[in-house]
Design a protein around this ligand. Structure first.
Ligand code: GLA
Length: 390
C-alpha cells in the first residue's frame, strides 16, 4: 500500500472505527499529443498522472451512499432509491450511480472518505478521475464485473447526461485503462486502444500557466463549428478522413476560406503527429517525440489559435532549457496548462529554471506537477495487499 493510501486508511479508521473494506484510486490525466482532434473523430495519446483521486470505503446494509470529501470538507449523502439533481461535486458521484442503474446494475450502498490530489480546474480531469473512482467503488461493493471500457462509457454518460457537461471519451478512458509506463493511443471514432511504452528516462512535467480560460465556452464551440463547417465544405464525414495532401487538393477545389483552412490544417496535421509520436515512442526516439510536441504547439498557436500569451511564454521558457525534449500547451487552450517532456535526471533543475524565468517574464506563478505515466484505476480489498482485478 502506498503512503497516501496508508494515511487515508488511518483517517478512515479514526472516523469510522474500523479499517476500510476497499481502497480505490483513479488518476487524473494529461494528453501527450492530439489536441482538438477528439471531436473530429481523430486520434489522442493521453497518459495517466500520479495525481489521483482516492476513496476509502465500506459497504452499507442499506442503499444509501455517504461520502466525505476531505478537499471540500463536506459530506454528500443520497439514497440509491431516489436520485435527485443538485449542485456541486456530489453530482459526479450521483451521476455515476444513475448511469450504472440505467444500465441495469443493482447497486449496494456504501460510505467513505474521498481525497483528491488532482488539481481542480487545471484541465487535468479531476472530474473524470472522481467518476471512475466512484464507478470502481460501486463495482467493488456491489460485486459487479469490471470492464474498463464499458465503465468509462458509463462515466462519460454520467457527465454528459447527469452533470450536463458535453465532454468526449478521452478522460474517462485513460483513467480507466491506463497502464503504468505507457501512454494510451485512442482512436476516437472506433474507440480502439493501444498501449504505447513511454521512455523510462523521461519525465512529464505539467506546467500550470496560472491563467484560466475566460473566453472558454464560446471560443471552444466556435472551433468545433469551424471544424464541422470545414468537413462539410470539403465533403468528408469528419476532418479525420483527410490526409494533409487531400486537404490541400480539396481546399483548392472548393476555394476554402483561409481561416477554415488553417483550422482544418491543424486537425489534419495533428492526427498525423499523433501517429508519428506513437512510432517515435515505439522506436524509443525521445528527441523525435519532443520535436512533434513543439510542432503541435506551433500549430495550436498559429493555425488553431487557441494559445494565449502566457502559454506561449511558458512553452518558450521550457524550450530554452537543455533538458527539455519538447513542450506544448494542452487541453482546450486560452489558459490552463502546458506540458514538457524532460530528461529524468534533470527534472529538478528544469523545474527551478521554469519557475523563475516564467515569473520574471510573465508576472504569473506556475505550479509544476512532475509525473511518470501511472496505472489506471485500481482497487484493493480486505487486508489491502490483496490486489483486486482492475
Ligand atoms: C477540452 C475537451 C476535450 C478536448 C480538448 C482539446 O479539454 O474537454 O474533449 O476537445 O479540449 O483537445
Amino acid at each position: 500500500m502506498d503512503q497516501p493510501f496508508a494515511a487515508l486508511s488511518q483517517r478512515f479508521a479514526s472516523r469510522f472505527g474500523e479499517a476500510p473494506a476497499f481502497l480505490v484510486r483513479a488518476p487524473g490525466r494529461v494528453n501527450l499529443i492530439g489536441e482538438h482532434t477528439d471531436y473530429n473523430q481523430g486520434f489522442v495519446l493521453p497518459l495517466a498522472l500520479e495525481h489521483s483521486v482516492r476513496i476509502a470505503l465500506r459497504p452499507r446494509r442499506d442503499r444509501r451512499v455517504r461520502l466525505y470529501s476531505e478537499n471540500f470538507q463536506q459530506w454528500v449523502e443520497f439514497s440509491l432509491e431516489k436520485l435527485e439533481k443538485a449542485q456541486g461535486w456530489g453530482e459526479y458521484v450521483k451521476g455515476v450511480a444513475w448511469a450504472l442503474q440505467e444500465e441495469g446494475y443493482t447497486l449496494q450502498g456504501w460510505e467513505g472518505l474521498l481525497e483528491s490530489q488532482v488539481p481542480i480546474g487545471a484541465g487535468l480531469s479531476s472530474s473524470a478521475a472522481l467518476e471512475v473512482a466512484v464507478a470502481r467503488a460501486f463495482a467493488a461493493v456491489s460485486s459487479l464485473p469490471w470492464d474498463g471500457k464499458r465503465m468509462a462509457l458509463l462515466c462519460q454518460k454520467a457527465e454528459n447526461e447527469w452533470v450536463g457537461v458535453q465532454c468526449g471519451i478521452m478522460d474517462q478512458m485513460i483513467s480507466a485503462l491506463a497502464e503504468r509506463g505507457h501512454a494510451l493511443f485512442l482512436d476516437c471514432r472506433t474507440l480502439e486502444t493501444q498501449q504505447v511504452p513511454f521512455p523510462s528516462l523521461a519525465r512529464i512535467v505539467v506546467m500550470d500557466s496560472g491563467t484560466r480560460r475566460t473566453l472558454s465556452h464560446s471560443a471552444y464551440n466556435e472551433r468545433r463549428q469551424q471544424c464541422e463547417e470545414a468537413a462539410r465544405l470539403l465533403q468528408v464525414p469528419a476532418l479525420r478522413d483527410l490526409s494533409p495532401q487531400e486537404l490541400d487538393q480539396r481546399a483548392a477545389r472548393v476555394r476554402l476560406d483561409q481561416v477554415l483552412y488553417r483550422r482544418a490544417r491543424h486537425v489534419v496535421t495533428e492526427n498525423e503527429r499523433v501517429t508519428r509520436t506513437v512510432q517515435a515512442l515505439q522506436a524509443g526516439d525521445v528527441a523525435a517525440v519532443g520535436a512533434l510536441l513543439n510542432e503541435s504547439h506551433r500549430s495550436l498557436d498559429q493555425d488553431f489559435e487557441v494559445t494565449n500569451q502566457a502559454l506561449n511564454e511558458l512553452v518558450a521558457v521550457a524550450w530554452e532549457h537543455p533538458a527539455c525534449y519538447g513542450a506544448r500547451m494542452v487541453g482546450a487552450g486560452f489558459g490552463g496548462c502546458a506540458i514538457a517532456l524532460v530528461k529524468e535526471e534533470a527534472t529538478e533543475a528544469f523545474m527551478e529554471f521554469v519557475r523563475q524565468a516564467y515569473t520574471q517574464r510573465s508576472g504569473y506563478r506556475t505550479e509544476l506537477y512532475p509525473s511518470h505515466p501511472e496505472q489506471g484505476v485500481e482497487c484493493y480489498s480486505g487486508m489491502m495487499d490483496d490486489r483486486r482485478s482492475r
